[in-house]
Design a protein around this ligand. Structure first.
Ligand SMILES: Nc1nc2c(ncn2[C@@H]2O[C@H](COP(=O)(O)OP(=O)(O)O)[C@@H](O)[C@H]2O)c(=O)[nH]1
Ligand SMILES: [Mg+2]
Length: 295
């Protein structure tokens, strides 16, 4: 048996969460085209035959975090690098940036660990020669990566090969989780994330970053899950935007979130959404803990 801890690390928006979902064939970690969607590290357990890969999806590494929230996100990244067997760094196959160099500097001192670089989004690269040039460049720059792989998390290219490489790098060790386990996160946390994903999808470019979701009431009755859920914002004007004209915006958030939540929990869901104002929540430590730690 093999079992290994793998941290998925990379700058924002390179496809870390999409990759995890692709491997697990489940929507576990929320994604969006906007950077910094993932705020808390989330464990995804992938079991195949005699191998268990424990993937830690992390927030994107931020080079200039201003708010406490953003520093908290970077702390999640650093914490996930402890006690691991392998670093899986993701970068965009279309080009290397200085933010990627900042990510590399996080684990240059982890010499005894396996470090794999997966260049994601190859589906967007027409001229494949540029991929080989990129590997050449990185090979000259860093004597660090044990393997380079080209993948597309969205189109499911190279994923099987990457999992094989990771499996080979895992130590011989008993499984940490039951083979059926998908995550260590509570259902409650995953639900709040699904609501947050819709905020990232449907609200403008800035507003999602000033929102937080909490599940206040979680009640089971026969085949129905009843949820009361609060969306926290910083200012009154933002509340009006989330609700929208004639309540259309909040309605769309509610119906799309409910569909995903029903998929997750496998039963009917009734969800009430409340929008609440709490000035400065992104600098309020007690407010930054993920839902399932607070209970
Ligand atoms: N074309 C393409 N888009 C991708 C791929 N992987 C991720 N994306 C998109 O990139 C954006 C960011 O993905 P996400 O997983 O949230 O990135 P993260 O911040 O690194 O977790 C989303 O819009 C994804 O749909 C890929 O392989 N190909
Ligand atoms: Mg993410």
């Amino acid at each position: 048996m093999r079992c290994g801890n793998i941290a998925i690390i990379g700058r924002p928006n390179v496809g870390k969460s999409t990759f995890l979902n692709c491997v697990l064939e489940h929507k576990l970690s929320i994604t969006s085209r906007k950077p910094n969607t993932t705020r808390n590290a989330i464990l995804g357990v992938y079991t195949r035959n005699d191998t268990q890969l424990l993937f830690m999806d992390t927030p994107g590494w931020q080079t200039a975090p201003k708010k406490l929230l953003n520093r908290h996100m970077n702390r999640e990244v650093k914490d996930s690098l402890r006690d691991i067997d392998c670093v899986l760094m993701l970068a965009d196959a279309r080009g290397w940036r200085s933010e990627d160099d900042a990510v590399v500097s996080l684990f240059t001192n982890q010499e005894n660990k396996k470090i794999i670089l997966a260049l994601n989004k190859v589906d967007l690269v027409r001229d494949k020669q540029t991929l080989l040039d990129l590997v050449d460049l990185l090979n000259n720059k860093y004597n660090l990566f044990n393997e380079y792989l080209f993948i597309s998390a969205k189109k499911r290219i190279g994923i099987f090969e990457l999992c094989n490489v990771l499996s080979q790098m895992c130590p011989r060790r008993a499984f940490s989780f039951d083979p059926e386990t998908l995550t260590n996160r509570s259902e409650r946390f995953l639900i709040s994330e699904l609501v947050r994903e819709k905020l990232f999808r449907y609200l403008g470019e800035e507003l999602p970053y000033e929102t937080k979701v909490s599940i206040d009431n979680y009640k089971e009755s026969k085949n129905l899950l009843h949820l009361d859920c609060s969306i926290w914002v910083e200012r009154d004007g933002q509340k009006a935007i989330i609700i929208g004209k004639d309540g259309l915006s909040i309605k769309k958030i509610g119906t799309t979130a409910r569909a995903d939540i029903e998929n997750l929990v496998g039963r009917k869901v009734y969800i009430n959404l409340w929008v609440k104002v709490r000035k400065g929540w992104r600098d309020d430590l007690s407010f930054l803990e993920p839902v399932d730690l607070k209970g």
